[in-house]
Design a protein around this ligand. Sequence first.
Ligand code: GLU
Length: 445
Amino acid sequence: MYQFDSFMSYLERKNPSEPEFIEAASEVVSSVLDWVNDNPYYIKNKILERITEPDRVVSFKVEWEDDEGNINVNRGWRVQFNNALGPYKGGLRFHSSVTEGTLKFLAFEQIFKNSLTGLPMGGGKGGSDFSPKGRSDEEIRRFCNAFMRELYRHIGPDVDVPAGDVGVGKREIGYLFGEYKRLTGRHEGVLTGKGLEYGGSPMRPEATGYGALYFAREMLQDAGMDIKDKRVALSGFGNVAWGAAKKASEMGAKVVTLSGPDGYVLDEDGVSTPEKWAYMLSLRSSNKDVVEPYAKKFGAKFFPGLKPWREKVDIAMPSAIQNELSLEDAKMLEDNGVNAVVEVSNMGLTRDAADYLVSKKVPFAPGKAANAGGVAVSGLEMSQNAGHIYWNDEEIDGKLKGIMKGIHSSCLEFGREEDGYIDYRKGANIAGFIKVADAMCALGY
Ligand code: GLU
């Protein structure tokens, strides 16, 4: 039998100075503990020890030249956490805050997220402490080329398939894929999020945001509400927030906030026009990492240094980075009568914020369920590449809707409590875990 406290002390001893990984692991372990303890087969298979240990972590040096001719040295990583269900799959993050521990937490979350999609993908994540902020396009290209010069030997369409994440979008994937082709001479599905012209999937850029809105709509429906006319707070202003703003508007909801490291924007007219969406994309590619120019351009209010969670909204969707919504923020949202909190960023809520919402019976969806649409369409991109075929927008959108509905049903199956409240966090963790654990047991060691 596993005891929660002793297992977590074991994990902390093995992974010192990796608080985000410990936070993510403790959430999964606490959700699945009873389930595991009821199953002697899992205990005999030492499933918790095995599932919390990455298969391997590759760390490498990235040397590149900036526009002034100076040599810069960054560190790159690829965490290949678990491939029981398929090739390692997960994004690359380029951000100054990235450490090995960050990528371990993200790769760990990715295992269960990918499992929930029902597609054959294992869990991995990679990235670098390189900050794209203030860098020119040429510098980004030189960095991506140098990063791939090392990464290419560790990846492959049936081995490990990276994609984008914070700081890595279509432009970076293009440079990375170009360098992979130059190094190997192979045009194959080794990265997802590629441009449409060279093997990308329709709707991959939109998929994370769209999927999160499909999920949010299911949540509200289950609670007897309609998403139409709801006020939505989004944080971030990048690719994920962009897709979420578009789909929310299409569904008749109103997105009233965006945010950046500099503060947040309150747009009472709604982030609801093609011009505003296009502007979000140009802000992201400007590499300045500030949202204030949006307020200036569209006559919206700007609150420097503050987060959007103090606004009275029906749906809160953190879409920027981990631990961006604190206990204090969760309390404010709840006081203001929020109907649902939907994590679009990975582990967007601190542990105590998520615990608080669950204790108050506020519907709360974890990122591994709500933001799985991105990696799901990545999985569809892999299928298209492997089969040398092409699915159009309608086909992909139909599949994405089906996958998000399926994830929602899995959460209900394992997360519904006696009083009818859905603990989405528990439901997602158990449903994602069972498939991986069973595959690991079946594969032996
Ligand atoms: N970075 C995204 C995520 O967190 C997408 C990963 C992928 O498409 O492989 O799920």
